[in-house]
Design a binder for this molecule. Sequence first.
Ligand SMILES: [Zn+2]
Length: 220
Amino acid sequence: MWFAVLPTLVDLIAPPRCAVCGDFSIAGERDICSGCWPLLTPAAVEPCPDGLARIAAGLYEAELRAAVLALKYGGQQWRGGPLGRAMASLSADLLPPFDALVAVPPSAARLRRRGYDQAFELARGVARTLGCRLAPRWLRRTVDGPRQATLDAAGRARVVGAFSACAPRGARVLLVDDVTTTGSTLSACAAALERAGAWAVSGLTLAYSARLDDDSLSGS
Ligand SMILES: [Zn+2]
């Protein structure tokens, strides 16, 4: 898919920009400008209902929310790598031991429409910084579910079953996604991976939102 490669080539020749606010005036090799660093304060957030532990690099608000929206809906694939690198370097000390990273997979329809997978772009940045394995084949989405923003809590529960996995027995997996709210998507992924034999699953996301009614949120 040449159109998916093109943004990567553009990334290589474009001047560095802050991956959060998009400003061009960042110094040296840094991916985030000094004004945006305070937005990234990784912390463990409330575990998912099934107990799955999750770390979020920041809160889904202000410039970080705008950056997620630009990455997710604005065609700005270039933000994924540097945001992933930043979330990895800041949260490295908080992460449990794991054998491989797995990005929460998008639906086939959204991947076609978007031309890239924003969670995978983040995971690739995380993997590059931590020097760990990326395992995109361990998990796939089997059902094109409705946008999560349109679902109530009961509807979210039906997301379980939308994923299938083929992880090696005993594997410890760190799931990567852009935003987590109730944790239902991470839990559904974890359930599939554990059914396949994974021993421990945890989550790392760029942002956390406690709001269920934000129209900008969706499962992938
Ligand atoms: Zn910035």
